[in-house]
Design a protein around this ligand. Structure first.
Ligand code: ASN
Length: 292
């Protein structure tokens, strides 16, 4: 494959973002502006897929504020306030361990298409995301042919297969994600992963891209029973550090489901790039120094 030019990466990224905004609006969502600092953020607790060294913080105006690791808690707050279907092009900072460079898909600054649906179940999310992936891949193939060069994109066919992680682990061992991703030529859902306190243990999911590109979305039906939320937070040792969320939970969480789609990961798959660094105009890769 010829070397990917920055302008080609930018064109494919532009197409993905443009399509996402059209698609989600067409499905009845409204776009919410991102927040980048919060009194709380996604603690990324209990998710073996995450390996952050620490949460980035700044002190300002006498307050200690966290850099947004994901807007999940803010999405839940809006849902509780009566919002129904929301999405955000959400910039996140995750100070990942330097070894994450080797995965080819970890960046410490990235944007996700983060969405949440009030009173939804996992099947609602599957249908929404399958429709998005099938249509965005067509849009990229048609409108970005020049940028894709010799990269032959497989036609994405919905619905995607669904597997339980327990079964995948039993068959392939702890490396199931890599093995299955490499063996498949269609995306597939993995269900029931070990997760952060806010995700239902049984009804959470990852979407894994084919051809070795790995995870592109994580999400779940959210735990909404106050008692259960508090128990899970306590078990994860994060009750004290998330007092504001505890207060929110006590007032009542509205059930919802959602997820976040990593934009760079999707663009990496579409372009066939070797590393996510190759699809970031200003690469932010764990273990590498920032150049500009
Ligand atoms: N955006 C994801 C979600 O909504 C959370 C994450 O990025 N860890 O579940």
């Amino acid at each position: 494959m010829t070397e990917l030019k920055k302008i080609d990466v930018a064109r494919v990224t532009d197409k993905v973002l443009d399509h996402a905004q059209r698609y989600f609006r067409g499905e009845g969502f409204i776009e919410i502006k991102p927040v980048m600092l919060g009194r709380v953020t996604d603690p990324l607790d209990g998710d073996p897929g995450s390996a952050v060294l620490k949460t980035g913080t700044i002190e300002y105006g006498g307050q200690n504020l966290s850099l947004m690791q994901s807007m999940i808690l803010h999405k839940q707050k809006l849902i509780a306030e009566g919002f129904d279907r929301i999405f955000i092009l959400s910039p996140n900072i995750r100070l990942e361990q330097p070894q994450r460079e080797k995965t080819g898909r970890h960046a410490f600054e990235f944007v996700q298409i983060d969405f949440e649906i009030a009173h939804a179940k996992k099947e609602d999310v599957f249908e929404l995301v399958e429709g998005f992936l099938a249509s965005v891949s067509k849009a990229v193939e048609t409108d970005c042919a020049e940028s894709l060069g010799t990269r032959g994109l497989k036609c994405i066919k919905a619905p995607f297969d669904r597997y339980h992680v327990k079964d995948l682990e039993a068959e392939f061992g702890p490396d199931w994600e890599t093995i299955m991703s490499e063996e498949n030529d269609q995306p597939f859902w993995a269900l029931g992963l070990e997760r952060e306190f806010y995700d239902d243990e049984k009804n959470n999911y990852d979407l894994i891209l084919p051809e070795g590109y790995g995870e592109v979305l994580s999400g779940g039906q959210r735990v909404h029973e106050t008692q259960k939320v508090l128990e899970r937070m306590e078990a994860h040792g994060i009750l004290e550090t998330n007092r504001e969320y505890v207060e929110f939970a006590k007032q009542g969480i509205v059930p919802s489901a959602g997820g976040g789609i990593g934009v760079d990961r999707l663009v990496r798959y579409f372009t066939g790039a070797e590393h996510v660094a190759d699809v970031q105009l200003f690469p932010r890769i764990p273990g590498r120094s920032v150049e500009f």
